[in-house]
Design a protein around this ligand. Structure first.
Ligand SMILES: NC(=O)c1ccc[n+]([C@@H]2O[C@H](COP(=O)([O-])OP(=O)(O)OC[C@H]3O[C@@H](n4cnc5c(N)ncnc54)[C@H](O)[C@@H]3O)[C@@H](O)[C@H]2O)c1
Length: 252
């Protein structure tokens, strides 16, 4: 029970379809280790489903609706979490989208939306979470990037936004270290989530698996266990780092 008496807010804590997204798996894992979970998603029903599973397993949590790419809604989500549970110890900035035409076909609207969601959500959630963590003597923030941060990707805005999340993580880590707030990042590789299932058929999934040294997709639960490590006291001297959860893709 590494997170007993801790409050953990997870953004994008639902899943776009039935199945296990990274945020949903992480919310369930935090609750399983004693945390009070605030499951935030722009899709309230999806967040409620996550909380239903948490409660079914004997955990504690609430669901909140917010588009955390909008500063006012990010602020409200943090305020509601603190109003409910009195404090905030952990923040997992998991929200991310990949909807855009590939390469230079991207439109200005698509670029702005994707960069807005993937990047502003991290910035504004941290802007309002950090003062709450400072009040209680510290905390831990984990951001969700992607291996697309380090490689070329057909969706230009996706890799650019995720590279920026890695950079932002380092800046946040330096600026918040004095307040005992650690900020780290996970960079998942090919994870079998509902978002991936939506855009890939079985043949493409198999082709990808051949490129992974471990010859399989990752599971959202494997991203979750890395997030929990980074948020826990086991990682008490780690900040500003990015851990790849990719079955060895990044060493190929
Ligand atoms: N699945 C992968 O292979 C993979 C790989 C690398 C990185 N990632 C990253 O993991 C994160 C989650 O991806 P997933 O595959 O689990 O997705 P998912 O679609 O299963 O879950 C994402 C959730 O975020 C919510 N969401 C989207 N925009 C939001 C917003 N503005 N405000 C609040 N909620 C919002 C959606 O409603 C959804 O419930 C993303 O940041 C993604 O880039 C995924």
């Amino acid at each position: 029970m590494r997170f007993k008496d801790k409050v953990a807010l997870i953004s994008g804590a639902g899943s776009i379809r039935a199945g296990m997204g990274n945020g949903k798996a992480t919310a369930i894992a935090f609750a399983g280790e004693g945390a009070k979970v605030v499951a935030v998603d722009r899709n309230l029903e999806a967040a409620q489903e996550t909380v239903r599973i948490i409660k079914e397993n004997g955990g504690q949590g609430i669901a909140l609706q917010a588009d955390v790419a909008k500063e006012a809604e990010a602020q409200k989500a943090i305020e509601s979490a603190v109003a409910e549970y009195g404090m905030l110890n952990i923040l997992f900035n998991n929200v991310g989208i990949g909807d855009s035409r590939p390469g230079l076909k991207v439109t200005e609207t698509e670029w702005d939306l994707l960069m807005g969601v993937n990047l502003k959500s991290v910035l504004f959630m941290c802007k309002y979470a950090a003062p709450e963590m400072k009040k209680i003597g510290g905390g831990a923030i984990v951001n969700n990037a992607s291996m697309a941060a380090f490689y070329g990707h057909p969706i230009f805005a996706y890799s650019a936004s995720k590279a920026a999340v890695v950079g932002l993580t380092k800046s946040l880590a330096i600026s918040l270290a004095k307040d005992n707030i650690r900020v780290n990042c996970v960079a998942p590789g090919f994870i079998d989530t509902p978002m991936v299932a939506l855009v890939m058929d079985e043949r493409r999934m198999k082709n990808i698996e051949l490129r992974v040294p471990m010859k399989r997709h990752g599971k959202a639960e494997e991203v979750a266990s890395t997030v929990l490590f980074l948020a826990s006291d086991d990682a008490s001297y780690i900040t500003g780092q990015t851990i790849s959860v990719d079955g060895g893709m990044s060493i190929y």
